[in-house]
Design a protein around this ligand. Structure first.
Ligand code: GLY
Ligand code: MN
Ligand code: MN
Length: 456
């Protein structure tokens, strides 16, 4: 099919921003490996990628690499292990699958150790089949082995096997690692602060997801089912080249929105109900995570609007609290205050704002936190508390801001509010001066939502 014909038939794909070639450049990965090597203080890090997983019979789930491994290598194939030898001149050694003509006919291309060396900026590469034989030598005289511990039983057993193999050589003058250390903590901390290239990728992930949410709003109408809307989201993700959703999409009409992790997505959408969509794509290994809630028929009812305005005000208050130096918990607290004020005004809670926060009575309607780190994983790595105190925000951190209200049937609550579930979620990067909302293009005021939906 010629390009012109293809364009006509499929519709043009909007350009959502420019991205560098390949997710993380070889240079970024080398910089990260150098940084980690310094932290190893002469030790050796051994970091495997994720295994392939069977879905059923001989069919696998779509493959997704391990986020830490990919952060350090950019390498996307399964059956690969990075060995990072610390010390004055650190060495990166990649073990990967060898080229194999038969397997490549059936299962797809492989990079192979020879091409991987230059393509991924490694010092050495070897076929994965040589890992067992080479590990005792790589670990000989190394003071500490850094690796994921308790991630996978099979991996733990292999690590023990290598340690025993080195210990078996001590009479020939070799010393075995005296300590085995969890490597993920250091990597979690590195990944918490995103560099400029990572922010560019996260902007692109956000832009694609914004486009998908707009598409969903323009498509939704009574009579469609949740899965029809989910299909629109997936279509938009994929046509922009996203590999997959960053997590299972939540497309929850009416009362389903009160199930926080609702993923069945099978119910018909009813006139007069709200639709809550929590969906975001993964783009070159980076997640986006957006929630919007809007009326199936395009117009909010009075009760829906009352609750919606409270959640929106809570989200705006939370955003205000995001700046460098602020404790992570501050934006949750800001959101809770506004939610509680609104619940009291609507007579869904009784008492003073401080009293309702103290008693936790608001948790009948708001039972989750207001956000989390976002990055390669949707609930990304990094501690929230340091030395017993809420972590201070720093430029380069990326987080979500997602207050909500969920009203289940309750005799203390007027019927008109029953079964309404609302969440509004944006992705935010902390900057030197404050923050930037990456997902601002998805309408969220009542006026903007109704205006967009009026275009259907
Ligand atoms: N989509 C998962 C979350 O919002 O935490
Ligand atoms: Mn989230
Ligand atoms: Mn979400």
């Amino acid at each position: 099919m010629s390009r012109v014909v293809a364009k006509k038939r499929l519709g043009s794909v909007p350009k959502l921003g420019s991205v560098p070639d390949g997710a993380d450049s070889v240079k970024s990965c080398q910089t990260r490996r150098r940084h980690l090597a310094r932290l190893l203080a002469g030790g050796v890090a051994v970091i495997p990628t994720a295994p392939e997983r069977l879905r059923n019979a001989d069919t696998h789930y779509p493959y997704r690499w391990d986020s830490h491994f990919h952060y350090l290598t950019g390498f996307h194939e399964p059956e690969a292990v990075l060995v990072l030898v610390g010390g004055k001149t650190p060495r990166s050694v990649l073990f990967c699958r060898p080229r194999d003509a038969q397997s490549e006919i059936w299962n797809g291309y492989r990079v192979g150790p020879r091409a991987a060396r230059t393509r991924y900026g490694m010092d050495e590469t070897h076929p994965i089949g040589e890992l067992e034989a080479r590990m005792p030598e790589l670990l000989a005289n190394c003071p500490t082995l850094h690796t994921p511990i308790g991630l996978d039983d099979a991996w733990d057993r292999r690590v023990t096997g290598w340690l025993n193999a080195v210990r078996g050589q001590v009479r020939s003058g070799v010393t075995a690692p005296a300590a085995v250390c969890e490597v993920r903590h250091a990597l979690d901390e590195m990944r918490l602060i995103k560099d400029a290239g990572e922010i560019r990728l996260m902007k692109q992930a956000a832009a694609i997801s914004v486009s998908a949410h707009r598409r969903a709003m323009l498509f939704t109408q009574p009579g469609h089912s949740e899965f029809h809307v989910e299909a629109e989201l997936l279509h938009e993700f994929r046509r922009h080249g996203s590999e997959a959703p960053a997590y299972p999409s939540i497309v929850a009409g009416g009362a389903n929105a009160c199930v926080l992790h609702y993923v069945e997505n099978h119910a018909p959408l009813k006139d007069g109900d709200l639709l809550l969509i929590d969906a975001g794509c993964e783009w070159q290994g980076y997640a986006s995570d957006i929630t919007r809630t809007f009326p199936v028929n395009g117009r909010f009812s009075g009760a829906q609007r009352d609750l919606y305005e409270i959640v929106l005000a809570a989200q705006m208050a939370a955003l205000k609290a995001i700046k460098p130096g602020a404790p992570f918990v501050a934006y949750h607290e800001a959101a809770v205050k506004v939610l509680v004020r609104g619940l009291i005004d609507l007579k869904l809670c009784r008492g003073s704002v401080d009293g309702v926060i103290e008693s936790g009575d608001y948790r009948r309607f708001y039972m989750h936190r207001t956000g989390h780190w976002l990055g390669r994983d949707v609930h990304d790595v990094g501690e929230y508390t340091v030395a017993g105190r809420s972590r201070r925000l720093m430029p380069g951190m990326v987080l979500t801001v997602e207050p909500g209200l969920y009203v289940r049937p309750d005799t203390r609550v007027p019927k008109v509010f029953h079964h309404i579930g609302i969440r509004i979620e944006d992705d935010v990067v902390v900057t030197a001066k404050g923050h930037t909302v990456l997902t601002a293009g998805a309408p969220k005021t009542v006026a903007d939502i109704e205006a967009l939906m009026a275009q259907r």
